[in-house]
Every structure is written in C-alpha cells, then in structure tokens.
Design a protein. Structure first.
Length: 167
C-alpha cells in the first residue's frame, strides 16, 4: 500500500521512501514471492518494485534479493528510480497535488496498454469537488461527468480565461 501511495505522489517526498524502508525493516520474514504475485495480480508490480528499489538505494533498506533482481531487470523501474534519485532534492521537484492531473511517470509505470488507457480516461474524466458542486448528479447519472469534465476542463474554462484576459 505504501508503494501505491508513493507512486500516486510520484515519490516527491523522502518520507514516503523512508516509510517503505521502515515497513521492510519491520517485516523481515515477509513472503516476498507472495508480495510479487499480489502486486502482479493488482497490476501494480512496477509500483511495488520502484518503492522497494528506492528504499534500497536511498534508505539502505534490506530488500529481498528476488524483489531487487526483478526490479533491476525492469528498465522502466530503473529509469524512474534514477530520475527520482537525481531530482528528489531539487526545488522544482514539487508535490503533485491534484491526482486528476496527468503524470507521465505514473503513465510509464503502467505495465499494460489497457491499464495505460484506463489511467488516461480516469485522469481526464474524473470530476473534482468543484465539478460535483456545480452539477450534483445521482450515482446513476455519473456517466455524464465523463463528457462534462473534459469539456469543462479543457474547453470551457480555458475559453473563459482567454476571454477574461482579452477584455
């Protein structure tokens, strides 16, 4: 779970990496093969591998050799870990506050095309609290947000801003 939270925030905090390291140290008898299989089943293998690789590299956590070996064989995981290690202390490496904003990093960590497509669709169609306040809909009509959110976010709001700046 900590690895999923870290990935959603794009590992923008050393505390998240430290949390993974502490979890690893607190569970020395963990069944690593079970963890790998569960993360595969959840389609979160790369997220799990990245969290463990970062904990090993940055916090010097004891990571299972089998997990470490799988992590370093996945080029996407290694590249992401390298990037995070190089930039985590940069001032420009700010927190990603809005989960509705597209993240290339999270997109790259998706292992399957179907998961990437799902990430794109949900990122661009999930309503914000403001959207829900503007147009409260019963659960049975939530599909309307799928059309309203992109239309509002990417067409209407930018058009209104542009008009306000013009006049």
């Amino acid at each position: 779970m900590t690895c999923i939270v870290g990935n959603k925030s794009e590992w923008r905090s050393l505390k998240l990496i430290a949390d993974v390291a502490v979890s690893l140290e607190a569970s020395p008898s963990l069944d690593w093969e079970w963890c790998l299989q569960k993360s595969r089943d959840a389609k979160a293998l790369r997220m799990f591998l990245l969290g463990n690789l970062l904990a090993a590299r940055i916090a010097d956590a004891s990571v299972s050799k089998s997990v470490y070996d799988v992590a370093i064989r996945d080029k996407a995981v290694v590249n992401m870990a390298d990037y995070i290690q190089q930039h985590i202390l940069d001032d420009s490496f700010s927190n990603r506050l809005d989960p509705r904003k597209f993240s290339r990093n999270i997109f790259r960590l998706r292992e399957h095309r179907k998961d990437r497509l799902h990430y794109l669709v949900t990122t661009f169609t999930t309503p914000s609290e403001t959207d829900i306040r503007r147009l409260p809909l019963p659960r049975s009509l939530y599909f309307i947000y799928w059309f309203m959110v992109p239309l509002s976010t990417y067409l209407i709001v930018p058009a209104v801003r542009w008009l306000r700046n013009r006049f």
